[in-house]
Every structure is written in structure tokens, then in C-alpha cells.
Design a protein around this ligand. Sequence first.
Ligand SMILES: Cc1cc2nc3c(=O)[nH]c(=O)nc-3n(C[C@H](O)[C@H](O)[C@H](O)COP(=O)(O)OP(=O)(O)OC[C@H]3O[C@@H](n4cnc5c(N)ncnc54)[C@H](O)[C@@H]3O)c2cc1C
Length: 284
Amino acid sequence: MIPAQFEYVRPGSVAEACEVLAGDEDAKVLAGGQSLLPLLRLRLAYPSALVDVGRLEELKGVHDRGDHVFIGALTTHDEVMRSPVVTAGCPLVALATAHVADPAIRHRGTFGGSLAHADPAGDLPAVVLALDGVFVAVSAQGEREIPASEFFVDYWEPALAQGEILAGVKIPKLGEGWGFHYEKFHRTAQAWAIVGVAAAVKRSNGSIAEARIGLTNMGATPLRAGATEAALTGVELGDQVRQACDEAADGTSPPSDLHAQPDYRRHLARVLTYRAVRAAAGAP
Ligand SMILES: Cc1cc2nc3c(=O)[nH]c(=O)nc-3n(C[C@H](O)[C@H](O)[C@H](O)COP(=O)(O)OP(=O)(O)OC[C@H]3O[C@@H](n4cnc5c(N)ncnc54)[C@H](O)[C@@H]3O)c2cc1C
């Protein structure tokens, strides 16, 4: 299908982009175009204007900032995956990004685009939620920080106001003793997650000292498996881990679609959480 008519704007700076967006509530940011352009072609989105931020260097790059890694919104998935700063400072992001789509899409699609798109089936929202990332939004009024727990409002609805652009995300570094894993169940090698689980586990003296678990595609937004996180604290690797992971789907309302019914998704969440936690904890 041919997209509905739209204006095309290529601002020379982030400030200029914010100005255009502030003046037109139907304008949309265009980053890598890997999600937005298919929606335009299907006429599921018909913005008045596309504000192409693709060449704004201000939004690109990965920076080690001591206690956290800052990933610029326009950094491509491929750059994120290959960044030594990401691999060292927030390895879970690199691990999960390798599961996003295929190499061609990873070369065009961006870290910030995946998060601003707020698709609960996307792999990265659950990862940033599990790591307690902090979103940095810019507008004519300046910068605003949004905790990951408040960023994902509903299906495809991020907590960005009109005139705001996502500049990047701060990912806190987790120190010694942490292990990480992303487990994804999908139809084919490069497809979207039917369910995904991001796990960060800290071990101390043979027990789990802390666990952070993010769930992909188990509701309208990415979710934390809070009951499992609490139940895992202080347990040794063994039967108690399985019992704790059996609570991973508690309180969730997973979607029903062509690929899976809610009950099957709940089953997958329990199984994948067990696998992800064991792998993150370094279990044999
Ligand atoms: C065939 C296919 C398979 C895919 N498989 C997967 C998969 O397995 N896992 C997965 O996670 N993703 C998958 N994707 C999505 C891919 O990761 C996209 O890169 C990503 O969803 C969007 O990034 P983008 O830079 O292309 O954003 P765009 O398509 O340009 O934009 C997406 C949305 O975010 C907004 N936006 C973008 N950047 C900003 C910003 N800086 N500030 C404010 N708003 C912004 C846009 O306005 C738009 O609403 C797939 C895509 C395709 C086409």
C-alpha cells in the first residue's frame, strides 16, 4: 500500500526538531524507520509530518559515565551490540540486542526507536526495565529524566510529551557478582518474541542475593516479575528456584494473538524465567 501524504522535515539540530514537534501534534519522529515505515505503508499510522532525526550526531553514541552507561537514542542495534562499553558496563543490553530481528534491521533500527515505539513484544523494553534504566527526554524546556518503571504507559505509548524527543537512556552499571541472560521464545530465528525474559542475578556465597526479571510480551507494557524476584532472594540454586519461577506470570494479562493464547504465554513465562535465572546465575 502507498502511505498517506505527509510532510518531510530534516532538522539540523535536536532543538530544531523539538520546535517542529512542539508545533504539530500529528508530526512523528523518524529514526531508523524499521517500525514506523511499515506502519505508514499499512496505513496504521498517518502522521502529518516525519521529522527525520537520522543525521543528528547529538543523539548518537555510547558513553561510559562512571556509574552508568549512556546509550544515545540514535545508536543502531548493531553499534550497541558491538560496543565494548556496553559489553563491559551493561552486558544484558548487548545480549538481548543480538536477539532483535536480523542483521539488516539491526543496521538501520535504533536503540531509542525500539524503546520509544513501546511495543511490549520488543526485546529491549523488558531489558531496560529490569536494569532500572533512566530515560532522558529533551524538549524546548530542557531535559527530563523518566525512570523505566514510568516510561511504558500502554501498548505503543511511551511517556513522552508533545515536543519531546528521547535523547538516550542511562543504564546503571551493576557491580561484581552479577550474571545476565536473555531468553526468547519465537516462531523463527529472527521473529518477534512470543515471550521473552531478561534476567540479572547476583550471587553471593552460593545463594541468590538479588534477582531482577523483565518480561517481554506478557501485557500492554514490559513487566517486572516482582513475586519471583522476591521469592528468589536468599535461595540456593535448587528446587526453590523452580518454585520461585512458577510465580513469574502471577498478576499478568498476556495478549491473545495468532501465535499464542494467554495460558500458553503464562506457561512460557514460567519456563523461560527458570531457564533465564539459572543461566544468569551460572548454573551448570
Ligand atoms: C521484520 C522486522 C522484525 C523485527 N523484529 C524485531 C525483534 O525481534 N525484536 C525487536 O525488539 N524489534 C524488532 N523489530 C523492530 C526493530 O527493532 C526497530 O528497529 C525498532 O522497533 C524501531 O527502531 P527505529 O529506529 O527503526 O524506529 P522508527 O521506526 O523510526 O520509529 C519507531 C517509533 O519510535 C518513535 N521514535 C523513534 N526514535 C525516537 C526518538 N529518539 N524520540 C522519540 N520518538 C522516537 C517514532 O516516532 C516511531 O513512533 C523488527 C522490525 C521489523 C521490520
